[in-house]
Design a protein around this ligand. Sequence first.
Ligand SMILES: N[C@@H](CCC(=O)N[C@@H](CS)C(=O)NCC(=O)O)C(=O)O
Length: 145
Amino acid sequence: MKLYSYFRSSAAYRVRIALNLKGLAYDIVPVHLTRGGGDQLTPAYRQLNPQALVPLLQDAGRLLTQSLAIIEYLDEVHPQPPLLPQEPLLDSQATVLEIVQQGAKAAVDLLAEYNQVSVQAREALERGDEELARTLRYDLATEPR
Ligand SMILES: N[C@@H](CCC(=O)N[C@@H](CS)C(=O)NCC(=O)O)C(=O)O
């Protein structure tokens, strides 16, 4: 198995923990999310995962994305030790927690992007580039993100 992973990715971390708990052998394929603009955005990686995210698990030619879905797959194919609740209500609650966590992450990502553009606008203003500052602030106020 090959795990496309980034060392600081919490989602990839989950899958590494799952693989290790199950004692499964795997090779890491590093995907650097920030260097050079991000390996995940290259056409080669997007061909493997059009969502341009890690983790991505390759198992016998199959490509799997989304950490919870990967862990569910691992639990099906390698049942011992089980990682997800067997009891339907608890299993459903685990899925709910995942959905809530994804929503929170989307909000945090949006805020980080907003902050980054705000900083760029302030720096542009400090450099005297009022046109760029105005454009960035206009984008912040009007562009859907
Ligand atoms: N819900 C996904 C989240 C995957 C995700 O957001 N991965 C992040 C790293 S933790 C990523 O690849 N980010 C790349 C980017 O935002 O460009 C999962 O659980 O696998």
